[in-house]
Write a protein of this length. Structure first.
Length: 112
């Protein structure tokens, strides 16, 4: 009897784990794809707390953002005059600091 209880609990945990791993599309997938199609780039680093805030804002949709890690691409960041993190580059102009979804929408014309 105990074995059945243990197996039942085990299978419940397996089902819960697997259902959590199969999430649907992110909330901002289309918006993030539009930003990338428009040539928008976010420059930052992995250790930057403000960059992490931007990643959290997009959630799983951040995978569609064109992100350049300035620790790994120093020359590109120097060439683009990146002086702080994060910096969003839109139409050849730098926008330093955290940008809201609405700011990015206004700057690019991408719709939510």
């Amino acid at each position: 009897m105990k074995i059945y209880l243990i197996l039942t609990i085990f299978f419940i945990f397996i089902i819960m784990f697997l259902s959590g791993c199969t999430s649907g599309p992110g909330e901002y997938d289309a918006f993030a794809n539009c930003l990338t199609e428009e040539g928008v780039v976010m420059y930052g680093t992995e250790w930057c707390s403000h960059c992490q805030n931007q990643k959290k804002m997009f959630g799983s949709s951040f995978e569609y953002i064109n992100f350049v890690d300035c620790d790994k691409n120093k020359n590109e960041c120097l060439d683009k005059d990146i002086q702080g993190y994060p910096t969003w580059r839109i139409d050849g102009k730098n926008y330093p600091g955290e940008q809201s979804i609405n700011d990015l929408k206004t700057s690019t014309g991408c719709e939510l």
